[in-house]
Unconditional design. Structure first.
Lengths: 511, 386
């Protein structure tokens, strides 16, 4: 064997060995997209306005307190829109004091005086930060919830400024998990002042039709068997943040219920509230809906039960969301794609069938038309397929259905290079060149055309990858891998095989 | 072996008027159809409705499904049979008219429609069973099955659930309890009788459901447009770089637009929808077809140097004839592969395969019949005045 051939052989064997090493075992190495293995793909939007709104409310409450403490009088404090509020009716001689106080207490808000009104505007940088934080926290909370729920290998990623992509393999009935992700999960314990009443008017009659300043109205959750309206204290005794542990258990009648324990700080406050209000009702409120309103029988310190009626699944889900914490902002679903196990398996089967038919058709054609040289092309074709899968597993790319289409299309395109070379060799032979130089010229002269043709297709694949979504990215990846591998297999390997098999002084070539 | 004993001597340019006429006809018909006729239908990817694929236990028909959908006021949905045994169908709900206020809720309203479709197609007895608290074993997922089984078989619930899902993966849906007892699933009688108490075998299963809300739909439209614009631009840069003569560059660009327009025109006459894979196919067609043209043009330049005396028309014909075999064969092998995909690749990828089929034939047509005449037209328009 000639020396340069030996090196080529070593290189080719190395590539084959490396490819097999990268692919083996294929079950673990080749990642399948949701369209092939089944599962749910969700895109949701974080309503970051909620976070701005909450911040605005907090600031108003804070300055009300600050002004009260420093004897600043005003007639009205009002939110104009999220990120903008004002205090009206401030005495002219207190303006300086107010400016000092604002400078002292906040850097995130711009303010301006006009007459007796000071208007606060959230700074754009602070607003951006708040929105960003809301998305990050939402993402973390969703991740916690999905982990607690127990999904194997979920993908939860931020997309753009305020979107989150959630991919849940093996979940084909997404309603439950969708609800689980969507609930805001703000848990509050508040004292019941009155209720239940069938409507708000009846409820507020004893109070002259107006909601007292220290109270608010909540609705019962019909799912938990509470229909009417309740008047509860405005300030929560404890909230979801005070929970230390949450687990599913049963109540005294053996129905599903949720048990919780409190942090030391939460327990102290809870003990005080329950101790002072024995005999009264305590409302357990989730996302503004009253879940239950048990009577406080005695002082409770650090643990308690939330009673249903729950189904076992509902109790489980409540545990999950209470453990994972509340969402800082509401979310909205933008896209939902669910693929069941059957369709994914069908797609793989059909893709495999189409791929095999394509390979055999192309093989038959190459053998029929180029005879023994066709074998050369077929070896290159198989090596090409091997390298595609090796590249897929090396780049940890996901194989999708369009990706399979790309591979099959690649089967047809991979032999193009061989055809270009073989036709050129034939032309050279027809011109009376000997076999050796015909092969040499064929390869060197066809190369530009091969490079050109692969390049134009790769150009469009690159932009598809840039702008495409998951499945299309899979297509762009496989077609690009196929065409790049093609330069190695059809040009380098194919030529090696000719050099190895066809003697230098050969008189005829089977082509 | 050669298909042509020697280089053929076909006068391709003789057909230039016919070819131009045919191209114009196809594109004109396409444009008329797209603008005034039924137009290009945008698919679910671009925010239009919901696509549901279902499989029934017993064979059904499009007219039967339409009848049932009509009862709930969704008779306008597009219904297609996708399997071979009359059990698999694809239903696409048609866009709901919504006011602007509703638009934020549009994804939900799509989903409401999808739920309505599924409900309408389910048998009455299925719904009664669900109302009684039974679970539909043909539709619940692995997790739900596992947690159900853990009530009675805590040790092997995961394994059992896996077997049931595997059965559905292989067969679509369970039609008979006895099927689960057979190898290789071999669930024992205890498990089966527990499942019979808690679940039932629904009359259909939902194979897939896709809904894209208007916001993401708009976003995907934008991305698709960007992908098209950028790759066409890159193609133009490539052409400008690759060709010195303006007339050849112009012809290559013309070919590029013709590829897209002809493929879209023919596509518009089918009942198929435009989704992201179709955009991918169009760009691939453009990249792939421009090569043949480039190869012919390269040959023309080469021959112009050696055959100075010959008229350009003759050189063009010779160039095409010299490249005849390889142009036909390179596209031919791709055509074979795409044909395999079209025939055996399944419904989901069928539209993609279809437009690729058009593209691979059209690419050869444009190389043989259109690219060279465009150079001649360009010359007669701009170069005569010299």
């Amino acid at each position: 064997m000639k020396k340069n051939l030996r090196w080529k052989l070593i290189l080719i064997l190395f590539v084959i060995a490396l490819s097999i090493f990268l692919i083996y075992p294929p079950k673990d190495k080749i990642k399948l997209g949701l369209d092939l293995k089944g599962g749910t793909h969700l895109v949701l939007q974080v309503m970051t306005d909620d976070a701005i709104n909450a911040e605005t409310d907090q600031q108003i409450a804070r300055f009300e307190e600050v002004f009260k403490k420093n004897n600043v009088t005003y007639t009205e404090a009002a939110k104009e829109k999220p990120g903008r509020f004002h205090f009206k009716g401030i005495n002219a001689d207190q303006e300086g004091k107010v400016r000092d106080l604002i400078d002292q207490y906040t850097r995130d808000w711009d303010y301006s005086f006009s007459g007796d009104t000071v208007t606060f505007n959230l700074k754009p940088t602070a607003e951006q930060f708040l929105r960003d934080q809301a998305v990050i926290q939402t993402l973390e909370t969703i991740r916690n919830r999905v982990d607690q729920f127990g999904v194997a290998e979920p993908i939860i990623q931020r997309q753009g400024s305020d979107r989150i992509v959630v991919e849940l393999p093996g979940i084909e009935d997404p309603e439950r998990v969708k609800n689980l992700i969507k609930v805001t999960a703000v848990l509050e314990f508040k004292l019941v002042k009155a209720g239940p009443a069938p409507d708000e008017e009846t409820l507020l009659q004893p109070y002259g039709g107006k909601v007292p300043e220290d109270a608010e109205v909540v609705k019962g959750d019909p799912k938990r068997g509470h229909q009417g309206f309740y008047l509860v204290s405005k300030v929560a005794s404890i909230t979801g943040k005070d929970l230390r542990t949450v687990r599913r258990g049963t109540d005294e009648w053996n129905n599903p219920a949720v048990h919780f324990t409190l942090t030391p700080d939460g327990a102290r406050r809870f003990e005080k509230v329950t101790g002072e209000n024995v005999g009264k009702q305590l409302a357990i409120i989730l996302d503004g809906k009253l879940q239950s309103a048990p009577v406080i029988n005695s002082r409770i310190s650090d643990s308690g039960i939330i009673q249903g009626p729950f189904t076992p699944e509902e109790a489980d889900d409540l545990v999950v969301i209470l453990k994972a914490g509340a969402l800082p902002a509401g979310i909205k679903y933008l896209e939902e794609r669910t693929v069941g196990p059957t369709l994914g398996a069908d797609s793989i089967r059909q893709g495999l069938a189409a791929g095999l038919v394509a390979i055999f058709a192309v093989m038959a054609f190459m053998l029929f038309y180029y005879k023994l040289s066709g074998v050369n092309a077929i070896v290159a074709l198989f090596l090409n397929e091997l390298i595609i899968f090796a590249a897929l597993s090396y780049f940890k790319a996901t194989l999708t259905l369009p990706g399979i289409a790309g591979i099959i299309l690649g089967i047809g395109m991979a032999v193009d290079a061989n055809i270009l070379i073989f036709e050129r060799i034939k032309e050279e032979l027809a011109l009376g060149k000997n076999v050796f130089s015909a092969i040499n010229n064929g390869f060197s002269r066809a190369f530009t055309a091969i490079f050109d043709s692969n390049l134009t297709t790769i150009i469009s694949a690159i932009f598809l990858f840039q702008f495409g979504t998951g499945p299309i990215k899979g297509y762009a990846v496989t077609i690009t891998c196929s065409l790049v591998a093609n330069l190695f297999t059809a040009v380098f390997v194919s030529r090696f095989i000719f050099e190895l098999i066809v003697p230098n002084n050969a008189k005829r070539l089977s082509i | 072996m050669d298909i042509f004993k020697k280089t053929p001597n076909i006068d391709w340019l003789k057909f230039k008027w016919i070819a131009l006429g045919l191209t114009t006809l196809i594109i004109l018909a396409g444009i008329l159809n797209i603008t005034l006729g039924k137009g290009l239908k945008m698919g679910v990817d671009f925010g239009e409705g919901t696509l549901i694929r279902i499989k029934f236990k017993e064979p059904s028909s499009v007219s039967d499904i339409r009848k049932r959908l009509n009862e709930v006021g969704l008779g306008r949905s597009i219904i297609q049979e996708t399997g071979k045994d009359g059990r698999e169908f694809q239903i696409r709900t048609v866009e709901v008219k919504t006011t602007r206020q509703d638009q934020t809720q549009e994804l939900e309203s799509h989903q409401v429609l999808a739920n309505k479709v599924i409900e309408a197609l389910q048998k009455k007895e299925d719904q009664e069973k669900i109302a009684r608290g039974l679970l539909d074993l043909n539709n619940i997922d692995h997790k739900t099955i596992a947690s159900l089984l853990s009530q009675a078989f805590p040790e092997k619930s995961e394994e059992l659930a896996q077997k049931i899902i595997e059965f559905r993966r292989q067969n679509g849906l369970i039609t008979d309890w006895n099927e689960l007892k057979k190898e290789p699933y071999s669930l024992d009688d205890q498990v089966i009788s527990f499942l019979q108490q808690k679940t039932f075998l629904g009359s259909m299963t939902v194979l897939s459901r896709e809904t894209v809300g208007p916001q993401v739909g708009k976003d995907l439209r934008k991305r698709a447009t960007q992908a098209i614009i950028w790759s066409l631009m890159a193609m133009l840069v490539y052409i400008a770089f690759r060709f010195k003569g303006v007339e050849y560059g112009a012809a290559a660009i013309f070919t590029l637009f013709q590829d897209v327009l002809i493929a879209l025109s023919i596509y518009s006459f089918t009942n198929r929808e435009i989704n992201l894979p179709i955009i991918a196919a169009l760009l691939t067609i453009v990249g792939y077809s421009i090569n043949d043209t480039i190869i012919v043009f390269d040959r023309i330049r080469e021959l112009k140097r050696t055959l100075r005396k010959e008229p350009l028309e003759k050189i063009m014909n010779l160039s095409i004839n010299l490249n005849l075999t390889r142009t036909i064969f390179t596209s031919g092998t791709t055509f074979l592969a795409v044909l395999a995909l079209y025939l055996f690749g399944g419904k989901v990828i069928n539209d993609f395969a279809f437009i690729m089929l058009i593209g691979s034939v059209e690419g050869v047509y444009s190389t043989f019949f259109m690219s060279c005449p465009v150079v001649l037209f360009w010359n007669s328009l701009f170069k005569k005045k010299k």
